[in-house]
Design a protein. Structure first.
Ligand code: 5GP
Ligand code: ZN
Length: 117
């Protein structure tokens, strides 16, 4: 069983933000922004590439609720899913990173990408 399945079923403790029958939101253990929450379906799928429309429909409403709950719905936030090796995915259980709590940078996404100015 993968680490996020173990978090979803309570085997590994987590700092929960919101939980429903099908979804869980919890704080990332190594935050990369002032607010960094991971949002997962409890059902295991490896990545976004295997996600179903049903799963994503529920996840949309759930994610909007989480953003409101932590006060990011007005200020703004970033939602990211890393997919596969080139996407930098380390844990192979679908998850979305909800990042916010301050202005987020948007550059150097690729190691060979450089600004021309
Ligand atoms: P990925 O690189 O797969 O998109 O993101 C995995 C994320 O999971 C990373 O941001 C990492 O900090 C987080 N993470 C890894 N292990 C744990 C854990 O045991 N608990 C929590 N809360 N976050 C974890
Ligand atoms: Zn899993």
């Amino acid at each position: 069983m993968c680490i996020f399945c173990k978090i979803a079923n309570g085997e590994i403790p987590n700092n929960t933000v919101l939980e429903t029958e099908h979804y869980l939101a919890f704080h990332d253990i190594y935050p990369k922004a002032p607010i960094h929450i991971l949002i997962i379906p409890k059902q295991h799928v490896d990545s976004f590439q295997e996600a179903t429309p049903d799963m994503m429909a529920g996840l949309t409403t759930f994610t909007q609720k989480v953003a409101s709950l932590v006060g990011l719905d007005q200020a703004g936030y970033r939602l990211i899913t890393n997919n596969g090796d080139d996407g930098g995915q380390e844990i192979h259980h679908l998850h979305f990173h909800l990042l916010g709590g301050g202005k987020l940078k948007w550059d150097h996404l690729h190691e060979d990408t450089h600004r021309s100015i």
